[in-house]
Design a binder for this molecule. Sequence first.
Ligand code: UT7
Length: 331
Amino acid sequence: MSATITSIAHYLPPDIYTNEYFEKYLETSNEWILARTGIHERRFLKEGATSDLIVPAAEECIAKRGIDKNEIDCILVATVTPDHNFPSTAAIVQHKLGIKNCWGFDISAACSGFVFAMATAASLVNSGAAKKVLLCGGDKMSSIVNFNDRAQAILFGDGAGVCLIEKSDDEAKGMLDQLLFIDGNGGQYLHQKAGGSAKPASHESVDNQEHYIYQDGQAVFKAAVVGMADVSTEIMKRNNLTSEDIAWLVPHQANLRIISATANRMGIGPEKVMINIDKYGNTTAGTIPICLSEWLSNGKIKDGDNLVLSSFGAGFTWGAIYLKWHTNGVI
Ligand code: UT7
């Protein structure tokens, strides 16, 4: 039994912020940002929330599949920038899309959010608990980035990707394996200090700028390089995949150097790695579905292609999914 993607779309806000934008007010340079991260530009949503990134992608995804939206029986939203702490962004997305008779919930796993949510969606479909899961990954990172901190302002962007997960009509294709991890010891290196029940918002927390991202970049970088490479090589090994067998590595887009280190360890050349960090920066739960959606619409993913989706993020959370691409007769 396997679950597969039967439709996919993405949304990026129109407003582009290049490295030159940051050069104007921060002590940084296009050269530093490109060399250290691979990012040249990113998009920020000027008005609206994460659900406003997800809804246009979801509408396109449903239209491409050509189904009645009410056939969707579950909505999962992977995000660390929910519209509100509660209600869930899944409920807001459901309401904005006007889908009747479905359930859903949010998944918080930061940059691994999409991979974790995809594994969850597959379990729901494989168990028969759901037939058509609307799987959404998106973040409005500009709502939590400290734009006066040069080490984080340049890294992130806003965007979302949405796909439909359904039962595969070919059991040998679709999502064939997953390897997922969480280690709370990594929390100290990447977190948001205030705004949760541990430290509710107060004048003091706002004065101390504790609602922004806190990141020890080097510590996260070191753990990400090891975590993403390990999990990606392990999933190849246990599925007897050589680098020749892989059509595409679909890595979370946090830093081009982390992506390159992962690809090197897998023995995969740059021509087989999906990279769009240069255009969009790190959109957290959005990076992997945005890549998949772009590559598919450019005709670069073929039926039967072996894809390894790989991520690392706050928690720490990390994981990989082995996906044998299946058109299922619909995409
Ligand atoms: O997806 C969520 C998970 N997050 C990640 O995966 C992020 C992982 N970490 C990284 O990508 C990198 O650590 C960063 C891009 C955040 C930083 O790159 P780095 O090569 O690790 O730089 P660094 O933190 O070691 O800093 C080196 C220098 C420092 O200056 P000093 O102390 O050597 O004088 C920084 O202050 O670079 C400085 N620096 C900058 N300089 C120019 C930091 N940010 C900038 C900047 N422009 N934007």
